[in-house]
Design a protein around this ligand. Structure first.
Ligand code: NAP
Length: 342
């Protein structure tokens, strides 16, 4: 029987792009599987249904609804992109998958989506350099005040172990590029800087230059595709507490990004000059970027000493380089102008 794969967040930037990529996958194992998308609203459901996939409209905080969806649709694998920071959503999905596994007697996989900035000192990572094949779970559990994202990572590994579900944790960096999903096609970060710069006619940078990990959306979805194929083929890949995959293709040097954005925005007449100014305060940055002040330094100034090993060992080959990224700033502006829903 063809395996059934549930994709949460399928109307989102990452989930929508993952779904689109799987639908055009060249992998026989993926083409033979049934893809089932979870979205939250009726409009999203109508839009994603146009792809010809089965769509479930469900709020994932509805535990009985989650259980029913997983059991009724005989789900073997879940790709969870809807939330990296609500432990309850991940744990109810994994519990339902465990129940399904006990009925089916076949392997069940949970592919989670986490965040690389967790592993920076600005976000409370106390250990310095970290490789994704290090014993990460133990280190996360020893953090005194773990963030909601860290807590979710811990829950994913522990609940999956309890349910005998194989978990894979894709730790996602700053993602850029146009999404290919049906609904949301813009990422958060660079579109946020573009919008703010246009609104205030000025490009700002932080006082400290962060150089966090980054990846183009097409490279990120290629990693989900690769991991899913390995799960479907039941290849022995690192899972559970060993199953962290830093999806880092290159770094994003923010000051250089801001220089390029300022020049490109000025050339289009969208800001009043090609200069980049420093945010006078974190409070102003938070207000202009419409983000909580608590996270603003982690977002704007973090770098993190992350070393990706596992994804590359499996054969992940990102195509986008730092140079291509920096050269794409005008495309990022155009994407916001084309796609922003306001
Ligand atoms: N984009 C990045 O650069 C980036 C970087 C690192 C990590 N991440 C992580 O990757 C994940 C996906 O990011 P994204 O950029 O694709 O976000 P996104 O565009 O907001 O997509 C998330 C989707 O999940 C849906 N969703 C959220 N909570 C739900 C719930 N309780 N029930 C049903 N659906 C729910 C949202 O529904 P609505 O549309 O109704 O809100 C949205 O469609 C997030 O956890 C994010 O933290 C993203």
């Amino acid at each position: 029987m063809a395996p059934n794969i549930l994709i949460t967040g399928a109307a989102g930037y990452i989930g929508g792009s993952v779904l689109a990529d799987l639908l055009s996958s060249s992998s026989n194992a993926i083409r033979e599987a049934n893809l089932i998308a979870v979205v939250r609203t009726k409009e999203q459901s109508q839009s994603v249904s146009e792809l010809g996939v089965n769509v479930i409209q469900l709020d994932l905080s509805d535990d009985p609804g989650v259980r029913e969806a997983v059991l009724e649709h005989k789900i073997d694998i879940i790709i969870h992109t809807a939330s990296s920071m609500v432990p309850q959503l991940a744990s109810s999905l994994i519990q339902a998958l465990g129940e399904r596994r006990r009925v089916s007697g076949t392997d069940a996989y949970f592919i989670h989506t986490s965040v690389t900035s967790l592993f920076s000192k600005e976000a409370g990572w106390p250990y310095g350099e970290i490789r994704d094949n290090d014993p990460i779970l133990g280190k996360q559990k020893a953090i005194e005040q773990p963030s909601p994202v860290t807590l979710t990572d811990i829950i994913v590994a522990e609940e999956a172990k309890k349910q005998d579900v194989k978990s894979v944790n894709v730790v996602v960096p700053y993602v850029y590029g146009r999404g290919t999903g049906q609904w949301r096609k813009l990422s958060v970060n660079i579109p946020g800087f573009v919008r703010t710069s246009i609104t205030h006619k000025t490009v700002y940078k932080f006082d400290v230059e962060g150089k966090p990990p980054a990846a183009h959306i097409s490279d990120l979805v290629a990693l989900y595709n690769l991991l899913l194929e390995k799960c479907l083929l039941k290849e022995p890949i690192p899972t559970g507490e060993h199953g962290y995959y830093f999806a880092m293709a290159h770094r994003a040097p923010w000051w250089e990004v801001m220089n390029r954005l300022a020049k490109a925005l000025y050339a289009r007449g969208l800001v009043s000059g090609p200069e980049v100014y420093t945010w006078p305060s974190d409070a102003m940055a938070a207000e202009y970027l419409q983000l909580p002040e608590l996270y603003i330094r982690a977002m704007g100034t973090s770098t993190g000493d992350l070393v990706p090993v596992n994804a590359y060992k499996l054969g992940w080959k990102p195509k986008w380089t730092l140079e291509m990224f920096l050269d794409s700033m005008d495309d990022e502006i155009q994407a916001v102008l084309d796609l922003d829903k306001g």
